[in-house]
Design a protein around this ligand. Structure first.
Ligand SMILES: Nc1nc2c(c(=O)[nH]1)N[C@@H](CN(C=O)c1ccc(C(=O)N[C@@H](CCC(=O)O)C(=O)O)cc1)CN2
Ligand SMILES: NCC(=O)N[C@@H]1O[C@H](COP(=O)([O-])[O-])[C@@H](O)[C@H]1O
Length: 225
């Protein structure tokens, strides 16, 4: 039974590429990439999708009077792909409550910080400015609370002396490209659920900050059964 996955982007699409590569290497489980949607014409990820033979759709949010009108147009376009899961991969628009409710429990986002630290934008510069020793990425279910949905997985990277925001972003992205395919696979295998605002893996509640990627040696997906 395949899991129909639509990916939402706004930019270069390196996380999309990681999903495409994982699919091509048989590492995405039953997940099938059925479409790529962008709110930005010319987004680099659109070329990645076209090269992979994945249908694309672009709706420019700037052509709409308000957020709700854009979300309604986006939802109508997405429904044509009949997605089981929406994957936000650098999608840079805040979604309205009705759109979020339509996909409750089947919409994921990857955020470039160790939530709850640094929701919103410019996370790398904020972590540097705060003098943090570590940074990372969080994958979470999307809810109406911006970057506040139940966490599924976190992955950490060290902040090195003299790091620029660009160097730190690149280190975080390398980790993102490892973890997002794993989480999409888990969801497509029916192992990830959201219930009453909490995330569950194989029926077990996930810690509020998510599973720790570096501690997964003994974790569910190493289970031989
Ligand atoms: N209702 C929700 N919408 C979105 C969520 C969410 O958790 N709940 N996650 C974000 C992804 N994201 C961070 O991970 C994020 C994206 C965009 C913004 C933002 O401030 N966007 C501005 C426009 C910025 C731009 O166009 O460059 C806006 O929408 O006005 C904050 C966080 C996706 N949506
Ligand atoms: N708040 C959302 C946000 O900042 N998301 C971030 O945008 C980048 C998209 O890169 P990509 O387009 O190359 O996948 C990723 O690093 C992702 O964490």
């Amino acid at each position: 039974m395949s899991c129909r996955v639509a990916v939402l982007i706004s930019g270069s699409g390196t996380n999309l590429q990681a999903l495409i590569d994982a699919r091509q290497h048989g590492a995405l489980g039953p997940a099938e990439l059925v479409g790529v949607f962008s709110n930005r014409p010319g987004a680099g990820g659109l070329e990645r999708a076209e090269r992979a033979g994945i249908p694309t759709c672009v709706i420019d949010h700037r052509q709409y009077a308000d957020r709700s009108a854009f979300d309604q147009a986006m939802q109508a376009a997405l429904e044509s792909w009949q997605p089981d899961l929406l994957v936000l991969a650098g999608f840079m628009r805040i979604l309205t409550e009705p759109f979020v409710a339509r996909y409750a429990g089947r919409m994921l986002n990857i955020h470039p910080s160790l939530l709850p630290r640094y929701p919103g934008l410019n996370t790398h510069a904020r972590a540097l400015a705060a003098g943090d020793a570590e940074h990372g990425a969080t994958i979470h279910f999307v809810t109406g609370e911006l970057d506040g949905g139940p966490a599924i997985l976190q992955a950490r990277v060290p902040i090195e002396a003299n790091d620029t925001a660009e160097q730190l972003a690149a280190r975080v992205q390398r980790k993102e490209h490892q973890i997002y395919p794993a989480v999409v696979r888990w969801f497509s295998e029916g192992r990830l659920t959201m219930h009453q605002g909490h995330a569950y893996m194989d029926g077990n509640a996930i810690h509020p900050t998510g599973l720790d990627w570096d501690a997964l040696d003994n974790a569910p997906d190493t289970d031989p059964n």
